[in-house]
Each structure stands twice: as structure tokens, then as C-alpha cells.
Design a protein around this ligand. Structure first.
Ligand code: DGY
Length: 323
């Protein structure tokens, strides 16, 4: 019996590649280069399934390819804003993602950024490596205390809840949030998190604002000059969601003008390009989209994408159906 052909657009952990090969004829991207639009089209034309990542732009133009052989896009990742889901639906392409398995790793990354930017950890490390440290003194590189401060969460989905748990129960922070689909009052209370009536309140009241909303046309540039202006002068912005939720140019302006105190960013508007000005600012912490980057999590994400492929080709409902 011929096995379905799957194109895996980036290298995934070897355990996942080995398991994929048990059930599918797998085409790997040996040198792990980012696929061009033409390569994505070729994959959709010649394979039964695509296993892409956030680095693949599956636009309406790419998905309009003829003839279309692929039946399913099993995304390696929970976010799927790089896939034009409506265009996929119109071509009767199934789309799945990998929720749940990256919640803890991403929440850890949000806390890493929060702590690093509050305690000037990136700056301190650069200082030591540069040989500039002259010794301990009471006024050297003072940061901001995290304990007792208010964390404001934009969105209260799985990852935000995991951040709330860590921040409240681990670091003694007060947590407020706003989400159009909030958790039950009991669940919020167990996390030590308090709903507020609007996003404006989150931005105005928090010492740290952490973004946990999906990237949609509605959330594009949700954090713009006006919102940044609502934040306290000593406040920090943390983004582990998606780059285009923040107007990066407005953020640079706000950081330069001292409108806010700093930012911790794992995601950027034009990845892998980072706005140049950010690279020279000491009060920002910059990570290369590492939210889910633990071995355990990346294996679990791959296995979840594989599970969706297996289900699809067995004629069963997808576990993580996006479209
Ligand atoms: C996710 O799963 O959404 C991560 O950001 C990688 O795409």
C-alpha cells in the first residue's frame, strides 16, 4: 500500500522524524532553510500533507496553487496566523495545530523575560562579559522588585493562566486580566487572578503587561502609541504572543521617550528582522522566538502534529482542528 507523502518544512527533533517515517513517506528539508513561496507551492502540489511551522507563510496566493494534491496542513505550533485559514478552507484543506503541549514552556519564557527585564539581567550579563564590572556596591545596577507588583494579562487563555499561576503563587505578584472569554470566577480565584473591566484598565494599572492574545486582524497593533501611553512610566511590556500585536515603531518611541521603563520580547513584527533601535537599548531583553524551545516541548509538538496526520489519514476526526 502506498503511504501518504508528508513534506516537513523544517527539521524537527529526530524522535519525531523517526516516528513520522513509520507511517508516512517523509520529505525532509535537509539543510533546514526557510521555504520560499515557490517551495511551499511545490510541496502542496506534490505531497498529501504539509507539516509547516511559523516560518512558512501560507498565504492565499500560495494556497491557490494548481493542481492541489495536499489534503491537510498539520501545523507544528499552536499559533496559526501564518496560515490563511479561510483560503485553506476554501480549498478544502484541513488545518490542525498543537495546543496544550507548549503552555508551560511558553509561560516559563514569559516569566524569564519579566524577571530579566525587571532585574536588568541582560544588561548585567553584557557588563560582566565586557570586563566592565569593578565590584559590588550598594547602588550598582538597581532593578525593579517583582514581589508585590501587579501583572496585567492581555488575554486569559492557557498560557496566560500558566503565567498567572507562576506569577501569583511563585513570585507573590498581584495578577489582573482582561479577556472576552474569561475563566470562571473559581478558576480565576485559584490562580490568584482578578478580572478587570477593560484592556485600558489592564494597561493603566499593571507594573508589567504581558500579552497572551492570538494574532488576528483585530489584535494587530493592539499595543500602539496610545496604549503605551496608558502605561505607568515605570512599567514593562512582555510579549511572547506574536510580534504584530505590538506596533514595534511605537514601542521604540515609547522606550526612547521613557513612556515605559522597558520591554521583554520573544516575538517581533518582521521575524527574523528586529527593529535596529531595539538592538542598542539596554532596557529591553530580546529572545529569538524561544517560547516553546525546550527539547521536551518540541518533541511533544511534533508528536501532536503527527497524531493529527495519523487521525486524518485514518479517516478520523482531528484532535486539534483549526479548519
Ligand atoms: C507557537 O506554537 O505558536 C510558537 O510560537 C511557534 O510557532
Amino acid at each position: 500500500m502506498t503511504r501518504p507523502v508528508v513534506v516537513v518544512t523544517r527539521r524537527v527533533p529526530e524522535e519525531v522524524e523517526a516516528d513520522l517515517a513509520k507511517d508516512f513517506e517523509v520529505r525532509l528539508n535537509a539543510d533546514d532553510h526557510p521555504f520560499s513561496a515557490d517551495e511551499l507551492k511545490e510541496a502542496l502540489r506534490t505531497a498529501d500533507a504539509l507539516l509547516p511551522t511559523v516560518s512558512d507563510r501560507l498565504t492565499a496566493e500560495v494556497l491557490a496553487v494548481e493542481p492541489l494534491r495536499a489534503k491537510i496542513i498539520a501545523n507544528f505550533g499552536v499559533g496559526f496566523n501564518h496560515i490563511d485559514v479561510n483560503a485553506a478552507k476554501a480549498r478544502e484543506l484541513a488545518v490542525s495545530n498543537t495546543p496544550d503541549v507548549l503552555t508551560d514552556a511558553t509561560a516559563d519564557t514569559a516569566m524569564t523575560l519579566l524577571l530579566m527585564v525587571a532585574r536588568r539581567a541582560g544588561e548585567g550579563e553584557r557588563h560582566v562579559r565586557a570586563g566592565a564590572w569593578t565590584g559590588w556596591r550598594p547602588t550598582h545596577m538597581l532593578g525593579t522588585q517583582v514581589t508585590g507588583k501587579t501583572l496585567g494579562l492581555v488575554g486569559m487563555g492557557r498560557i496566560a493562566r500558566a503565567v498567572a499561576r507562576r506569577a501569583h503563587h511563585g513570585f507573590g505578584m498581584k495578577v489582573i486580566f482582561h479577556d472576552p472569554y474569561p475563566p470562571s470566577p473559581q478558576e480565576a480565584a485559584a490562580l490568584g487572578a482578578e478580572p478587570v473591566g477593560s484592556l485600558d484598565e489592564v494597561f493603566a494599572k499593571a507594573d508589567f503587561v504581558s500579552l497572551h492574545c492570538p494574532a488576528t486582524p483585530e489584535t494587530r497593533h493592539l499595543v500602539n502609541a496610545e496604549r503605551l501611553g496608558q502605561m505607568a512610566k515605570g512599567a514593562f511590556l512582555i510579549n511572547t504572543a506574536r510580534g504584530d500585536v505590538v506596533d514595534e515603531a511605537a514601542l521604540v518611541q515609547a522606550l526612547r521617550a521613557g513612556t515605559i521603563a522597558g520591554a521583554g520580547l520573544d516575538v517581533f513584527e518582521r521575524e527574523p528582522v528586529v527593529t535596529k533601535d531595539l538592538l542598542t537599548m539596554e532596557n529591553v531583553v530580546l529572545l529569538p522566538h524561544l517560547g516553546s524551545a525546550t527539547r521536551e516541548t518540541r518533541i511533544a509538538m511534533g508528536m501532536r502534529a503527527l497524531e493529527n496526520l495519523r487521525l486524518y489519514f485514518a479517516g478520523k476526526p482531528l484532535r486539534d482542528k483549526v479548519a
